[in-house]
Design a protein around this ligand. Sequence first.
Ligand code: SAM
Ligand code: DTB
Ligand code: SF4
Length: 344
Amino acid sequence: MADGSPFSTPSPVNRNGAPRQDASRPDALRHDWTREDVQALLDLPFPELLYRAQTAHRAHFDPTEVQISTLLSIKTGGCPEDCAYCPQSSRHEQSVKAERLMAVDRVLIEAKRAKDAGAARFCMGAAWRSPKDHDLETVCAMIEGVKGLGLETCVTLGMLDTRQAHRLRDAGLDYYNHNIDTSPEYYGEIISTRTWQDRLDTLENVRDAGINVCCGGIVGMGEGEGDRAGMIATLASMPKHPESVPINLLVRVAGTPLSDAEDVDPIDFVRIIAAARITMPASHVRLAAGRENMNDETQTLCFLAGANSIFYGERLLTTPNPAATRDRKLLDSLGMRTTVVSDA
Ligand code: SAM
Ligand code: DTB
Ligand code: SF4
């Protein structure tokens, strides 16, 4: 019987080989995405891929709305890990100057500034392999203070054990960011001082403590297309999808081993955003680092492919991000708005 006849059983894949969405349950979340499934999405004709991504996006979100988060590096540089992309590793020939953990009152001044500029979430990053107990107490005081301003909180502090995850939960932490960065197969090419399993263990500790998970990765580190599919499949087959999925375009920093990494084709980057949106339809997909080197047209395609979150403000952790005025102008020109923050 010809495909498409009302009497035929629908094939589990469409004519391009991509898995079909179950039309009777358009909102159902799948947790069994394989690398091949994701590759089939990446291989779709671009208009088909974007249509699928927009359909998934609209089933869960208002496509004109963008969540905005502001980043602050609360402990910069001097990190003992050797992540090849990162300017904060002390193992690279050149790295940013190591600083001490910021004082709580200085962090709160920055958080208030971010709130006044319209951020909904304040994300604090520390260049640690894992936090020491007395530093964790200071971070907990930051979390309590930032929440008191009416902002959502996110921290990224490296590896956590169960006890540390519970301590952060008790301080009221909303999100923990811990990226898988790439595929399991490529991980060892990028980082040698910890394992893929270390990463998964921390994610499990965070999840079990009841904290929302922010987990994504980086595109542009010399990985193959299969690694990109493997990264998205890993995220999308977690028992619960990360609530936030940051997709970073590598920021190439002089002195890091990846300073000369090849350019990423912008359309390939948009395809990754679309695959994240289709496979994790109810999650916020963040167009994260790398926007400073992206034109407005590519960013617009990312929004059309389902990105609904950005980092907002002149700095990421140690590198520049587009000026707030440029972002406002872009969002205004697209008729898009940012998620409103309620007052504390
Ligand atoms: N030290 C902690 C850790 O790695 O878990 C937290 C801070 S670390 C800077 C947070 C994330 O920033 C990394 O996992 C990586 O995904 C991202 N990142 C770091 N350097 C980057 C770069 N040059 N370009 C894009 N993303 C980067
Ligand atoms: C994420 O996925 N990207 C952010 C945040 N989580 C912590 C960090 C981007 C860092 C880019 C390089 C820098 O500014 O140092
Ligand atoms: Fe350290 Fe995090 Fe940078 Fe890796 S990504 S070197 S763990 S700060």
